[in-house]
Write a protein that binds this ligand. Structure first.
Ligand code: GRF
Length: 216
């Protein structure tokens, strides 16, 4: 069985979408993959309760209990290793991971970023997109590399930017498609249809089409 471990910090709507899809599509029998655990660095994260309610192992690891970023990441890696995961999914995980952690799990860690990378890495992506006057915005799933929001791209969902949008409206429009995109990307990596080879994402044309979403 391919174990999937999901890291969150907050509401966990992407985790919930992945969980729902994994059950609807019966990933355990269809692709031999299951969500083995959800780990949050914030004990109060709403996503942990979603996991408990769904019978998924939910682990709180408060980063404030560790004296340094390195100490937290070492403890996190130790917990994650127990699951020998094929895929580690960052879903609203608001911590920058150390290079050592990223290197250990390189090619297995995915992140979703609310912008069309390489545009707008970092925070406040929706407002920055509006300020720049873009006509399109969206979200990107990518492999995690030591460069923040800089790893090789797996899939993207594009949405229009409307004249009446504020940052919240734009974020809500994008989130709907994140919930379609991320489960597809996680499944494709778990099935080995998407791989990181020499720092570049490799997949066939059909997979690439399925991981490109045009929203309205
Ligand atoms: C999403 O917008 C994602 O793009 C960003 O953080 C948010 C997480 O939301 N990385 P949720 O916790 O999955 O609801």
């Amino acid at each position: 069985m391919q174990n999937i471990v999901i890291l969150i910090s907050g509401r966990g709507s992407n985790f919930e979408a992945i969980l729902r899809t994994s059950r609807e599509e019966n990933w355990e029998s269809q692709c031999g993959a299951r969500i083995a655990a959800v780990i949050s660095n914030r004990p109060q994260a709403a996503g942990l309760q979603i996991a408990r309610d769904a019978g998924v192992e939910a682990i709180a690891m408060d980063h404030k209990a560790y004296e340094s970023r390195e100490a937290f990441d070492a403890a996190l890696a130790e917990v994650i290793r127990r699951y020998d995961p094929a895929v580690i999914v960052l879903a609203g995980f608001m911590r920058i991971l150390t290079e050592g952690f990223v290197k250990e799990f390189e090619g297995k860690i995915l992140n979703i970023h609310p912008a069309l990378l390489p545009l707008f890495p970092g925070l406040d992506t929706h407002q920055r997109c509006l300020d720049a006057g873009c006509r399109v915005h969206g979200s990107t799933v990518h492999f995690v590399s030591p460069v923040l929001d800089g790893g090789s791209i797996i899939g993207q969902a594009v949405v229009p930017v409307l004249p009446t949008d504020d940052a919240d409206a734009l974020a809500s429009r994008g989130l709907v498609y994140e919930h379609q995109l991320y489960p597809k990307c996680v499944r494709a990596v778990a099935e080995g249809r998407v791989k990181l080879v020499d720092g570049r994402t490799v997949m066939d044309d059909d997979t690439a089409r399925s991981l490109t979403i045009f929203g309205v």
